[in-house]
Design a binder for this molecule. Structure first.
Ligand SMILES: Nc1ncnc2c1ncn2[C@@H]1O[C@H](COP(=O)(O)OP(=O)(O)OP(=O)(O)O)[C@@H](O)[C@H]1O
Length: 754
């Protein structure tokens, strides 16, 4: 029976705790409190208390939230000897420390506030993909106005048979009109080609015009006609690869990137040779505009801001304003026939609101709103509420798990175990966390070698073999076997990615994840949330919910791309976080009928359970696993510090949700003690304080400051007149805090300022 297992769950008999137990370590006050508690338990006679305890131990998961039950000072001996159901496999005893508290996994957990909604009757129809190419045969690239040459190239070389809905809307519009545009469509709907194809076609057409004027065909020295800006280096590289592929059918045109991360000298050399289309990060472009004479922008007639809403955000805004002003000031009539007189600006994102005003005031003129389905525009115009939410691909199956803080780590492990139980069911999964420290800690934890005996033996027998294995997997320590959820039949490769890693490491890690043909998991921060087109991602797990619902849309959009299936799971804690479900529902046209709910017990049963009744039940196994990682952290000072840092950074990050969503992520409701357990910590929250910066962070912090202050010019105070309409002081405060957080702890540059 399921409940049986809970008895082992440290619900120890009082007799086990000897009254004469000695408490060592800590301050005299800690020792006194511990001693008193121990004495109090020994003398407790109150039958009411005993009855309450009995009831609790019968069904510990049913404990009501109310006055918290008195906590017990548990000794390491007691939890080891009487409650390690796996027997005395490991005799190791860690020193007792009154600052440590070994709490039970399955007791005192808060219950969900909201009851599960009844499932709609009847079988749910599978939703049709909403971001797939239009394969009805009516729409072809040639019909939309692309030249037969370009359309044939798309078909034969890039295997693109038909446009997607957003490509259909945007190619027609951008080929025939000069007006500025907002391109907004679901993630994975092909927005990159939606702006690149008309752009390339227009520049190819310039060649035709020059020939008609009996002039030489346009070539790399004819001028820079278009600039594409994107917030991360990774995204810039991705766009540049797509562009190079298109330009293979027009090899007289040349594109290039300036994105930082490599020597400025080689970028300058590239600019000097001449480019027709430039892909850049804002910081690096601003830098070259100031310092590279060879960069002539007088002919630039198209400016694309990919992930435009992100580029409007703090950190990029000033740079962008500077860039636009310089482009305006340096624009000259072109000597190339057919070049438009005015510059067109195109903003593109899955979460673009028409009210992005900041840049609009400078540059956008009568912009048209290009959407995949024109019907959406009328619908949204009438529903103000929905303007703030964005659709997710209809075929994307989302679920949410209500998981109490203490059960978070074991639930994530169980979920991944279950996911990769069989080879082939899931190829790649991305797990999003709130900060770099948390990513690093979980990477170490999930890749740790559990079989310590074997580990020791390995070290003794063949010290050389071990590093070789690591070397082969990852020269940078960002790729390792995901032992916590691998099994012999399906080994899973674990990757970690965040903005505090050096650029070459980021590129190598992302490349490995992208190319891998084996099952793999990438634990990352929001650095991988936007724009990245990684093949075969079947699952996205939001272990920590995103800082804004827009970011959530981008994160889950790494799966279910161009008509393919995909799944996403978000972890929510019982209480105010449950209200986030309404936001999840708003992403669907049908109100989220297919959204499913699960809970920790279900996940744990599936992940740690076994059909074999002779084996330990899932609660025992879960507890064993948790105890094991807690001991691992305690025994290894390096990992213990990582765990503490991760916890600390996580709590700080939690405070930075956008103002509008903060009532759903109320830090005052966060149970810090319970949360610590999900970082394998036995420390009391008040005692967790890791001073200083994480190793290696000093440099990144300097880089961040240099990038922020250098490229953007002198720091400017944001006054009330500078605020975007609709933003509040709270918004500003949260954004500033997020920026500060990035700078100080969790990674200097989640989004590179180049
Ligand atoms: N017409 C098409 N037919 C088939 N595949 C396409 C088509 N257009 C684009 N794709 C592919 O779809 C994938 C997603 O494209 P892209 O990255 O441009 O999407 P997106 O809408 O910009 O996504 P996000 O919002 O996440 O940035 C790419 O692998 C691209 O090659």
């Amino acid at each position: 029976m399921a409940d049986d297992g809970m008895l082992m769950n440290f619900s120890i008999a009082d007799t086990v705790i000897k009254p004469e137990a000695k408490f060592k370590g800590g301050t005299w006050r800690d020792r006194l409190v511990a001693k008193k508690r121990s004495a109090h338990r020994g003398s407790e006679k109150d039958p009411k208390d005993a009855a309450a305890r009995n009831a609790a131990s019968k069904n510990p998961n049913q404990i009501q939230i109310g006055p918290r039950p008195a906590k017990r000072q548990r000794t390491e001996e007691s939890s080891h000897s009487s409650h390690r159901p796996g027997g005395d496999r490991r005799q190791h005893q860690t020193p007792r420390d009154p600052r440590h508290f070994v709490s039970s996994l399955f007791t005192s957990n808060p219950e969900p506030r909201n009851a599960e909604e009844p499932k709609p009757e009847g079988e749910q129809e599978e939703a049709k993909p909403t971001n797939a190419p239009l394969i009805d045969g009516l729409d072809t690239f040639t019909n939309l106005g692309l030249s037969p040459n370009l359309a044939a190239h798309l078909l034969t070389k890039l295997e693109l048979k038909a446009p997607t809905a957003i490509q259909k809307s945007s190619i027609g519009q951008l080929l025939k009109e000069e007006s500025d545009a907002f391109i907004q469509a679901e993630t994975g709907s092909g927005k990159t080609l939606a702006y690149l194809l008309p752009l390339v076609q227009r520049i190819m057409d310039l060649s035709k015009a020059t020939k008609e004027h009996n002039e030489n065909q346009v070539h790399r020295d004819s001028g820079l006609f278009a600039i594409v800006l994107a917030p991360t280096r990774e995204l810039c590289k991705q766009i540049s690869v797509v562009l190079e592929n298109i330009l293979r059918c027009a090899n007289w045109l040349v594109c290039g990137t300036v994105i930082g991360g490599e020597k400025k000298k080689s970028e300058k050399a590239r600019l000097r040779k001449g480019l027709n289309i430039l892909v850049a990060t804002p910081g690096r472009l601003a830098d070259h505009l100031d310092n590279t004479e060879a960069l002539d922008v007088s002919n630039v007639r198209w400016l694309v801001l990919d992930e435009g809403d992100r580029l409007m955000d703090m950190g990029f805004e000033e740079e962008l304003q500077g860039i636009v002003k310089k482009l305006d000031a340096r624009q000259r009539p072109s000597r190339v026939p057919g070049v438009p007189t005015r510059r067109t600006t195109i903003l593109c994102s899955a979460t673009l609101k028409m009210n992005v005003q900041k840049l609009g005031e400078i540059s956008l003129k009568d912009a048209v709103h290009i959407k995949a389905d024109p019907a959406d525009e009328d619908e949204n115009a009438s529903k103000k509420d929905e303007e703030d939410s964005f659709r997710v691909p209809a075929q994307l199956k989302q679920s949410y798990a209500i998981v109490a803080p203490k059960l978070r780590l074991v639930s994530l492990t169980a979920y991944l175990k279950r996911t990769f139980i069989r080879k082939g069911s899931v190829m790649k999964a991305i797990v999003f966390m709130s900060c770099a420290d948390s990513v690093d800690f979980h990477f170490e934890l999930f890749s740790r070698n559990q079989d310590r005996e074997q580990q020791k033996k390995d070290e003794e027998e063949g010290e050389k073999e071990k590093p070789e294995e690591k070397e082969e997997l990852s020269p940078h320590g960002t790729i390792a076997p995901g032992r916590a959820f691998s099994n012999p039949g399906n080994p899973v490769l674990l990757h970690r990615l965040h903005g505090s890693l050096p650029q070459n490491v980021r590129t190598a890690t992302l490349g490995s994840f992208s190319r891998s043909t084996e099952a793999c998991v990438m634990i990352c921060t929001d650095v991988a949330a936007r724009g990245l087109d990684l093949p075969n991602v079947d699952l996205v797990v939001e272990y920590d919910p995103a800082f804004s619902s827009d970011d959530h849309t981008h994160r889950i959009g790494r799966t279910a791309r161009v008509g393919r299936d995909g799944r996403a799971l978000i972890f929510l804690q019982p209480g105010c976080e449950e209200n986030y479900v309404e936001i999840l529902k708003r992403g669907y046209r049908d109100g989220g009928k297919a959204l499913t709910r699960t809970d920790a017990n279900e996940i744990l049963k599936r992940g740690f359970g076994s059909n074999d009744s002779r084996k330990k039940n899932w609660e025992e196994k879960t507890t064993d696993w948790q105890m094991d990682v807690e001991r691992w952290a305690l025994e290894n000072p390096e990992y213990l510090e990582m765990a503490r840092r991760a916890y600390q950074s996580h709590v700080r990050a939690y405070a930075t949700h956008i103002a509008a969503e903060r009532p759903m992520f109320n830090i005052k409701e966060l149970h810090l003690g319970h949360l610590a357990k999900s970082f394998a910590l036995r420390d009391r929250p008040g005692k967790i304080n890791v001073p200083g910066l994480r190793p290696g962070q000093e440099d990144t912090k300097k880089d961040f400051k240099a990038a922020r202050n250098g490229a953007a010019g002198t720091k400017r105070k944001v006054g009330a007149e500078d605020k975007a309409p609709g933003t509040t002081d709270l918004d500003d405060a949260a954004r500033k805090m997020r920026a500060k957080m990035r700078e100080n702890m969790a990674g200097a540059s989640e989004f590179n300022l180049a």
